[in-house]
Design a protein around this ligand. Structure first.
Ligand code: SAM
Ligand code: SF4
Length: 455
């Protein structure tokens, strides 16, 4: 594909702006403004037409409640008086599920197959057992979840310790995979981040998860904190391995819009790269495998380690509906953020539903080039792009479309070109922020080139 930009310039600019040129696309919340559907009366018809084009679909349900908000957290989590609105929130969530069910639901022919289902947050285990049961009942009533795929849910260590009965019920509701954030074993860092946890509870949390019958456990760890030295992080990785989860996911701290965003400038790209490299070596030595650059490590052969929802999202760019406040949806040709994404509040989300509207804050009717840029950015989360899956989704030959970019990336040792996929090299991983923009749309390349670096 022809571009008016010099690939070297794009690459250098991507590297310079590494805080934003990551696997999340677009660059800013207002980047796609020109594609926004502004009249909410049009949402229903637009969504219906988009789902007609989908043969497969995943669902994500967002639960924005936590015991308290960790200072590093970037997600939609409510605070203050809204914490008391749990039951009202669930009631509205059930309505939203029904609204989408009526558009995509289970009963008529040619409806897309559901191939992924995750409940995330926030902390979904903050919901009470009857609320979780009602949620699963509503989803099963509206959608056909009978295909075989791995459903997943998230919890925290403190909830796993205190809520054995709830874990058992969740397992009985047909969810075999659970993900729990350990983040770090450094007590001081946990305290600074106002996060409950620590070695005193992590093992008991895992024991409870196992006793409840979960056979697929993922543990999240974080790196890239200002006050996190290498020994600290190595201790954390070793400790997580000692808990024997099936999977371990490394999260590089993303500072944008967090309470500690001013720490971002203290963390260099070199430090982030070294932390990842250290963790990769230790994990690999202990049988946790991922291709270099990927964040989820698995000790189960032929298992990517992520839930079906996320695996599909990354490898296949399978469309998904995000349900709940602030949830993101990426349809066949649209990107949307539910109400609450910007102000991290559930009040407007609920009033949109009360007024009979889809609770959407922003929805963009994407041209193909933007959908491709979004999908390819996300694919780098696993560090490779499968040509056949790309073709299945976009009906475009990836190699032909990106011939010049692939040649450039091959020449510079950023990507290794194989017969069925291109895979990021070790050099590519440390330069991923330069590599990703090469696949951007012309609009986002222009946006990137005129963005100023963080001061
Ligand atoms: C939605 S959170 C849910 C997990 C659960 N509430 C917990 O904290 O254990 C999923 C993971 O995202 C990661 N995370 C949270 N804030 C982040 C940020 N600002 N940048 C990168 N990763 C982040 C954490 O590792 C967290 O476990
Ligand atoms: S990291 Fe988890 S527990 Fe902490 S605020 Fe975010 S979602 Fe809640």
């Amino acid at each position: 594909m022809e571009t008016q930009y010099d690939l070297n310039d794009l690459f250098d600019k991507g590297m310079e702006l590494f805080h934003i040129t990551n696997t999340a696309y677009p660059l800013t919340p207002v980047s796609l403004m020109q594609y926004k559907i502004t009249d909410r009366e049009k949402y229903r018809g637009f969504l219906e037409a988009d789902f007609e084009k989908c043969t497969q679909l995943s669902l994500y349900v967002h639960v924005p409640f936590c015991k308290s908000r960790c200072k590093f957290c970037e997600y939609v989590v409510v605070s203050g008086d809204e914490v008391e609105l749990k039951q009202a929130y669930v009631d509205h969530l059930l309505t939203e599920i029904k609204m989408y069910g009526e558009l995509v639901g289970r009963n008529s022919a040619n409806k897309p197959k559901i191939v992924g289902f995750d409940i995330g947050g926030g902390t979904p285990t903050e919901l009470e057992i009857p609320q979780l049961e009602a949620l699963m009942t509503a989803v099963n009533e509206q959608f056909d979840l009978s295909n075989f795929f791995t459903k997943s849910i998230e919890t925290t260590p403190i909830n796993a310790v205190r809520q054995f009965d709830k874990l058992k019920i969740i397992r009985e509701l047909g969810i075999p995979r659970i993900s729990m954030g350990v983040q770090t074993v450094n007590a001081k860092l946990l305290e600074n981040m106002q996060r409950e946890g620590g070695i005193a509870i992590y093992r008991e949390a895992v024991d409870n998860i196992r006793r409840a019958g979960f056979t697929l456990l993922n543990i999240d760890l974080m790196y890239g904190f200002k006050d996190q030295d290498y020994d600290d992080f190595v201790n954390t990785v070793n400790y997580a391995i000692s808990l024997e989860p099936e999977y371990i996911t490394l999260y590089e701290m993303r500072y944008k819009l967090t309470k500690i965003s001013s720490d971002a400038s203290y963390v260099s790209k070199a430090k982030l790269n070294k932390q990842y490299r250290l963790a990769f070596e230790i994990l690999e030595q202990n049988g946790y495998i991922a291709n270099y650059g990927k964040n989820t490590f698995s000790r189960i052969p032929y298992d990517e380690g992520t839930s079906s929802y996320l695996t599909r999202r990354v490898i296949n760019a399978t469309p998904y509906i995000g349900l709940g406040a602030g949830a993101q949806s990426f349809g066949h040709d649209y990107l949307a953020y539910n109400t609450g994404a910007a102000n991290k509040s559930i009040v407007k989300y609920m009033s949109d539903i009360d007024e009979g509207y889809f609770p959407i804050q922003d929805i963009y009717d994407l041209p193909l080039e933007e959908s491709i840029a979004k999908a390819v950015s996300v694919m780098f989360y696993f560090g490779y792009i499968n040509y056949r899956e790309f073709y299945e989704r976009f009906k475009i030959d990836f190699v032909k479309r990106f011939y010049d970019v692939l040649k450039y990336a091959d020449d510079w040792g950023l990507l290794k070109l194989e017969s069925d996929r291109c895979i990021i090299t070790k050099n590519g991983v440390t330069h991923m922020n330069g590599l990703i923009p090469l696949f951007y749309s012309e609009r986002s390349k222009a946006e990137l080139m005129k963005t100023k670096p963080l001061s």
